[in-house]
Design a protein around this ligand. Structure first.
Ligand SMILES: Nc1ncnc2c1ncn2[C@@H]1O[C@H](COP(=O)(O)OP(=O)(O)O)[C@@H](O)[C@H]1O
Ligand SMILES: O=P(O)(O)OC[C@H]1O[C@](O)(COP(=O)(O)O)[C@@H](O)[C@@H]1O
Length: 338
């Protein structure tokens, strides 16, 4: 569907109670999206806007209180990284969340999150329909990993790629300056290597880029949200490289940098800040148009609304047969390990 404001709106703004929740891991730009949602709701004339603290947990965990939000309060939150509302994993209890939505008389719920949060948003939407509640549940895709289907990019990804350059450059300088130096940098991406691929392409200082599409090391452990915990591949590589050079009797001075949380906690860069602005505003137009169970994003250069079930069928991965991955291989000069 096309995005943007509609001539006819489904809700009477003065009667609306709108809630915003941020779930999952951090991504640069979360505060920009919260801020734009609040600004746009106020522009429509909504007076009752609240933030749900610490993700879905804020709906039912004792001691967590909703936070009244206004333009004045959120004016400057985009100047820092993180989430003004707090985030969390786990705690997805759909029926308790919907009980809480009902008790708080929420008409619009804005869920800012990744694949898991979208699955949660869809479950909440379905449960609201089942109970015949007129609640618009709309999502805004958030993930630095850029692993949401159909989206050209998600907010935070550009910032992560840019911020990763600092770590790559430091590793490069250390490696160049050391006798038999090697620099090793670990970047985030869970099961999708978009950050690593784009950071390699943009840096030009990388000799080998490894992506999880090639290298997944699964374990049986899961995090609070049920995501499989992958073993730390950076540390694994560090040990393997050291052992290899020891075994062949060649000195190697390996410097390992793991900048992942420094990258994730950054404030959004200019291009992500613009993306967040558009997505935040579109989410409000989406809710006022009466949509629910929908997410907004940028797909094939167009801003669009998409049904949540379509975008969560699977995470998006780097295609090892794609032109982009082959451009990366050409740029680094590494062999194709396939
Ligand atoms: N399949 C699911 N159904 C309902 N809720 C889910 C599902 N998967 C994850 N969630 C909830 O969504 C929230 C965020 O999920 P998580 O996977 O940690 O991050 P992300 O949304 O960034 O992928 C958590 O509170 C989690 O419990
Ligand atoms: O240490 P945490 O918070 O569990 O997060 C680790 C994971 O978070 C990520 O940044 C993704 O987070 P989301 O799925 O919440 O977007 C992955 O790249 C990484 O594997």
């Amino acid at each position: 569907w096309n995005t943007g404001p509609r001539k006819e709106i489904y809700y009477e703004p003065e009667e609306v109670k709108a809630a915003i929740v941020t779930c999952g891991g951090l991504s640069p730009g979360l505060n920009d999206v919260i801020r734009q949602i609040v600004f746009t709701l106020e522009t429509y004339g909504v007076k009752n806007i609240v933030g749900i603290p610490f993700g879905y947990r804020g709906f039912f965990e004792k001691g967590l209180k909703e936070m009244p939000l206004s333009r004045d309060l959120v004016e400057n939150i985009n100047l820092s990284g993180g989430s003004f509302l707090g985030v969390s994993r786990g705690g997805a209890k759909t029926s308790e969340i919907v009980d809480s939505i009902q008790a708080r008389r929420i008409d619009m719920l804005f869920v800012i999150g990744g694949n898991g949060s979208h699955a949660g948003a869809n479950a909440i939407h379905e449960e609201c329909r089942k109970r015949k509640l007129k609640v618009s549940v709309v999502a805004v895709p958030k993930t630095i990993d850029n692993d949401i289907l159909f989206m050209d990019k998600t907010f935070g990804f550009d910032t992560a790629v840019e911020e990763a350059q600092r770590a790559i450059n430091s590793a490069y300088i250390e490696a160049r300056s050391a006798y038999h130096g090697i620099g090793l940098v670990k970047l985030m991406g869970r099961s999708s290597g978009f950050i690593a691929m784009h950071a390699s392409l943009s840096s030009g200082q990388i000799d080998v880029c490894l992506i999880p599409e090639d290298l997944l090391q699964k374990s049986n452990a899961t995090d609070a949200s049920g995501n499989v915990i992958l073993s730390d591949f950076g540390v694994h590589m560090q040990q393997k490289i050291k052992k290899h050079f020891k075994d062949i009797g060649v000195p190697a001075d390996l410097k390992y940098i793991d900048p992942t949380y420094m990258v994730r906690a950054c404030r959004a860069n200019a291009s992500d800040a613009i993306l967040c602005t558009v997505l935040g505003q579109n989410a409000v137009h989406e809710a006022f148009a009466g949509f629910s169970g929908i997410t907004s994003g940028v797909c094939n250069t167009h801003y669009v609304y998409l049904p949540i079930p379509e975008v969560i069928t699977a995470p998006k991965h780097v295609n090892p047969n794609s032109r982009m991955w082959h451009r990366c291989l050409t740029s680094t000069g590494q062999p194709d390990f396939h």
